[in-house]
Design a protein. Structure first.
Length: 220
């Protein structure tokens, strides 16, 4: 799965934040968007201009004041984007659509045993968690489940270390191993065909998880 320039632009952090802010605000203006996505006015203006050119945002004027709102295309896109972020934040147990059976497509030469052994942390920890976690099992064999569990585990580490007032080095040591899992999920996302119904939601949920991980690492 290869993204073109427009698709890459649409999943860039500042673009995502701008769309989500306008979606929630419904009608706003550039300086308000700029302040809420922590971006300069000039950079925000470039984002808005390109989104207008792509048909996701439209402008309306009241006197000399320029307001922004989503187009129908932008509304439906951002509504699904919001749903993707909800997957990442949710503790809900998800179910497959009726009749859907996932089939793993292996790459030639892929060492499945090595892959399973090299990533025990995120899966085995889930199985040994407390009863409250067992009461809401996460389908770790699916991409959606892996993303959900990834977000759950790094948030758990963040909260534990914050509460214990652990030093930064120890905190980063605990988060570090999850970088591999994030990259493995990313490679699986890249294999998806854009035409697959779940491809957009999964790609957006992955981007949300990546942003959350970078935020905890202090890189965002």
């Amino acid at each position: 799965m290869k993204l073109n320039d427009s698709e890459k632009f649409l999943i860039h952090e500042k673009t995502l934040l701008a769309l989500l802010f306008i979606y929630r605000k419904e009608v706003t203006y550039i300086s308000e968007v700029s302040a809420n996505i922590d971006s300069t006015f000039s950079h925000t203006n470039k984002i808005i201009k390109r989104l207008e050119e792509m048909g996701y945002i439209s402008s309306l004027f009241e006197g000399r004041t320029r307001f922004l709102q989503l187009t129908p295309k932008g509304y439906h896109y951002t509504k699904q984007l919001e749903a993707a972020f909800e997957i990442c934040r949710s503790d809900e147990t998800f179910e497959f659509p009726e009749g859907y059976v996932p089939t793993r497509q292996e790459d030639p030469g892929e060492n499945i045993a090595e892959t399973e052994q090299s990533t025990p942390s995120i899966h085995s920890e889930n199985q040994s968690d407390s009863g409250s976690e067992k009461s809401r099992p996460i389908e770790t064999h699916t991409l959606a489940g892996r993303i959900q569990l990834f977000c759950h585990r790094i948030q758990e580490i963040y909260e534990e270390q914050t509460e214990a007032e652990a030093d930064t080095e120890l905190f980063l040591q605990k988060l570090g191993p999850y970088d591999r899992e994030l990259k493995m999920i990313g490679r699986e996302i890249e294999k998806l065909e854009p035409s697959e119904p779940s491809a957009f939601v999964l790609a957006s949920a992955y981007r949300a998880a990546e942003m959350q991980y970078k935020f905890y690492l202090g890189k965002e």
